[in-house]
Write a protein that binds this ligand. Structure first.
Ligand code: NAD
Length: 355
């Protein structure tokens, strides 16, 4: 029997609650589909600071690099917010992504028919939305040097090299080829030199993909268009900070941030995680929505292991749970027949897989 080794980082806040539900679902689907999964847990974020003194222990980096893929919850919380920047959980996360070489962050935003009323947008605007945001993850302003804050003057640097743009561009074109062959590259080329290089490079790559229709959009317009008419988008490719903001906008198009999964892929390994944070305001209450993390686990099966049938089964089991009217508290107001806890939602989805 095929065995996949998964490194697991539960993290802080709701991280452990939602990751446990994803593992429950993975175990149910692997049993059905004839492969087995082995998990090994590693520390990161606030819990790693508390237990080891640093947000990203070396053992975590090595363990994840040696695994087939990583399932990640979320990190961070107020308790660690006052630490010096280099010791903060978020610094550990950026270092982690860099060490894993995961330059491409794929963030699908798909509307579940059962939840069209959960969005703040009108149903006719969002019905049928199926967007893939491809965000560059280990470059741009979050990593650029120099950076400093001396209490009077502070600055960061937005920098991209051509090879960095080429590799994320190729990922996006390849994805567009498997979808509706429409790619929108988002930048701020009217103001930023780095965006001009981005745009020129996308045009160059486009020559190798004549079937893909490439368009360009400024980020301010893209934010507006995502809310005005999200259906116009198929694949969006953009840099780190623009992708961060636009994918959160896309999350509201689909109704709840608790529904959006992500895959971060690169040359060494891949990390699968919900797009939301550790939600300290609801941690420990059993009300977090585990669906984004369960979907992320499904993306792991699809993209890292090629277990397409299993990934499709997970999608179907989530849809059935929603169709049957089960909702976690964040979606309680939208056609709920029964409001369930985090763990009950995991049980329902896992049971749908067993039927
Ligand atoms: P957040 O995403 O944690 O929460 C934003 C809001 O969405 C909150 O009201 C929260 O209750 C709600 N929410 C988030 N996930 C939910 C879920 N699964 N089900 C239901 N509701 C959910 O963002 P924040 O409050 O800005 O950040 C909290 C902490 O998370 C901070 O320390 C931040 O740095 C960290 N963070 C971590 C990651 C990560 O680990 N990848 C990403 C973003 C933020």
């Amino acid at each position: 029997m095929k065995t996949y080794n998964i490194s697991v980082i539960k993290g802080d806040g709701i991280g452990p609650e939602i990751v446990d539900e994803a593992i429950k679902v993975l175990d149910a689907v692997s049993y059905n589909c004839g492969f087995s999964l082995e998990y090994k847990e590693y520390l990161m974020g606030g819990i790693a600071i508390d237990m080891t003194g640093v947000p990203l222990p070396d053992e975590t980096v090595q363990g994840v690099l040696n695994s087939d893929a990583c399932l990640f919850g979320a990190i961070g919380g107020e308790k660690w917010d006052t630490l010096p920047r280099e010791l903060r959980p978020e610094t550990g996360l950026l270092k982690f992504r860099e060490a894993m070489g995961v330059y491409a962050n794929l963030r699908p935003a798909i509307i579940y028919d059962e939840l069209v009323n959960a969005s703040t947008l009108k149903p006719e605007v969002i019905e049928g939305v199926d967007i893939m945001v491809v965000r560059e993850l280990i470059g741009g302003i979050y990593f650029g040097q120099p950076r400093a804050n001396d209490g009077f003057k502070a600055y960061n640097t937005m920098v991209y090299t051509k090879p960095e743009i080429e590799r994320i561009g190729k990922t996006a074109f390849e994805l567009a080829m498997k979808r509706d062959k429409r790619l929108c590259s988002v930048d701020k080329a009217n103001v930023l030199e780095v965006s001009q290089l981005w745009r020129d490079t996308m045009e160059e790559i486009a020559k190798d993909y004549p079937e893909v229709k490439l368009s360009h959009m400024y980020v301010d317009n893209a934010a507006m268009q995502l809310v005005r008419n999200p259906k116009q988008f198929d694949v969006i490719v953009t840099g780190n900070i623009f992708g961060d903001i636009l994918s959160d906008t896309a999350s509201m198009v689909v109704g709840s941030i608790g529904l959006l999964p992500s895959a971060s892929t690169g040359d060494k390994t891949a990390i699968y995680e919900p797009i939301h944070g550790s939600a300290p305001d609801i941690a420990g209450q059993g009300i977090a929505n585990p669906i984004a993390t369960i979907e992320s686990a499904g993306m792991m099966l699809r993209y890292s292991f090629g277990e397409i049938e299993a990934a499709d089964l997970i999608d179907g089991a989530i849809k059935k749970a929603l169709k049957d009217g089960f909702r976690t508290k964040d979606l309680a107001a939208y056609d709920a027949k029964e409001v369930v806890t985090t763990s009950e939602m995991g049980d329902i989805i896992a049971n749908n897989l067993r039927k």
